[in-house]
Design a protein around this ligand. Structure first.
Ligand SMILES: [Zn+2]
Length: 221
């Protein structure tokens, strides 16, 4: 599994967890909400690059844009996003994207970046599914796919190419049905996997093998 950083402290904690547990890997970066709160310094690229050298670090992020939480000062978030995208492209590592109410700007920055190792975390932009598929990006499905009213996402999930599909928890947030409302934890990813298998009309064990193999290929472990 991958645990992610949202800033310097949590990125260092993610690396420490990866160091302590063989089955855990880490991603390091600055979350757009944190960046937008004035917590981004252009010099942050230095510690991100340093941490990315660690052998258990498999991605840069999560980073991206979040206009739901912050519509007022996206300048910092935009600079943080672009800078982290350049690090990922430079190091040839997956760029793990958080995007909320900011799909058009997120897509434009990713197109400009031209880096093909992109992972759309907590995938929520089915309107861009075909473009993401064409560009070879990975789409990671989280708990909201199990919410009955999330029809647009549930309709889209069967169209994700098999080799570009992952499942995740986004723990401690967004626990899937039947754990909805509780504190999410990694084990609950099984509920999300089962839901995705049902929507795609495939056997859950087969899909388990597919997403496990996809993760190994995407993250290079
Ligand atoms: Zn996120």
């Amino acid at each position: 599994m991958v645990t992610i950083g949202c800033g310097r402290e949590s990125s260092e904690e993610a690396v420490a967890l990866a160091d302590a547990h063989p089955e855990v890997y880490a991603a390091v970066g600055v979350h757009p909400v944190d960046a937008g709160k004035g917590n981004w310094r252009d010099s942050d690229v230095d510690w991100i690059r340093d941490l990315a050298q660690h052998e258990k670090v498999v991605g840069i992020g999560e980073c991206g844009l979040d206009y739901f939480h912050d519509r007022t000062t996206p300048d910092d978030a935009l600079r943080a996003f672009r800078a982290q995208g350049e690090i990922a492209a430079d190091l040839g590592m997956p760029l793990i994207i958080h995007t909320r109410d900011a799909a058009d700007d997120t897509m434009q920055i990713l197109r400009d970046l031209g880096h093909d190792k992109v992972l759309l975390h907590c995938f929520s932009i089915p309107q861009y599914l075909d473009e993401a598929a064409d560009r070879g990006w990975t789409m990671s499905i989280a708990g909201p796919v199990t919410f009955p009213k999330n029809l647009e996402l549930r309709d889209a999930v069967p169209r994700i190419p098999e080799g570009q599909l992952l499942v995740e928890t986004d723990a401690p947030y967004l626990a899937p049905v039947p754990m909805r409302g509780k504190r999410n934890e990694p084990a609950y990813v099984a509920h999300t996997l089962t839901c995705v298998a049902e929507l795609r009309g495939v056997d859950v064990d087969d899909l388990d093998a597919v997403t496990t193999a996809n993760a190994a290929r995407v993250f290079g472990w």
